[in-house]
Design a protein around this ligand. Sequence first.
Ligand code: SF4
Length: 380
Amino acid sequence: MNDDGSIALKTGYRQKLWPDVSARDWADYRWQLANRLHGAADLSRLLGLGGSEFQPFERCISKYRWAVTPYYLSLIEEENLLSDPIGRQFIPDPREITVKSQLSSADPLHEHNYSPVKGLIHRYRDRALILAWPSCSCYCRHCNRKRTWKQPESVPAKKEAWRAIFHYIKEHTEIREILLSGGDPLLMPLDRLESILKKLKDIKNVKVLRIGTRLPVVLPMAITHKLCRMLSRYRPLWLNTHFNHPREITHQARQACERLQEAGIPVSNQSVLLKGINDDISIMKDLCCRLQEIMVRPYYLFHCDFVQGTDHFRTKIQKGIDIIDKMWGHTGGMCIPNYVVDLPAGLGKARVMPPHMAKLSESMALFKTFEGKTVKLLFR
Ligand code: SF4
């Protein structure tokens, strides 16, 4: 552990796969992107599998692509590649194509139905989401937009598509908040991202911008001072990232969040509850407390969406309720995320918090305290 509370990087894979890389190259996001592992040959080498043993993995990546940055790979413990909580987030798992729940579908949130123009989703009245960039630096196996992963990586939207998006937002004056999502919008070339932010900012009804990105977790060196300075020109701008496990909070990740905060950009976190990765009270509590220590607000804990190819990650809803219940009162409210289920068919997010009030009437309220005591309040 580092002095600042962040976790020291494991260097096993770095030494094994890139023994000669300089510290300077390692810290350069362009080197990281150019040296991503991807494709069947890289995966076969990484797993040390070939022939019939590798076939299930090959079938899996022919449907759902894979890639990982050297940095994120270096966070896993070599001996536990397939069971490591970080490894499991990016190593393809044959169950992605063999386990099929009746509840799951490719687009359970019906984003397609809420897309009036290509690349824009308008589900909630006062805010809209833009699929701003089609690719990611790492492909998270639990991603709820796996259906959009294309082979090879998709091409970014053309100018005409952007024109239609801006036009729609201008016409719909009820939209006051825009979320740039993807893919990872911060992978966009800086000048292009800036011109999009500028155009959005120039639309009168757009009051707030938000960016969803996993770069602070999987490629923190891409959160450069230059990027942060540019983003700071478009405040109020909020950034949501996606830490799922305390081991992801490294020195580099902390510094990336700090650069954003110093530029006046608040950073919040949205985790996904994942079986065998973070569905455990001590791991979730540790994650949320460490996030608070690096000034990142644990904002949402999502129940894993009912997306095809992610069934093996899904826990029971009760598991999430129990975790939040055990955190309540035992750690500060700032450390406790809202546990939510994004309901299928685009019915919206539902907050699923453990109930602390068992009964309420005109004359009394019955509570359960965090220590399990029952308290009755009489109003008259
Ligand atoms: S970074 Fe986000 S969009 Fe990209 S694969 Fe991961 S969860 Fe999906």
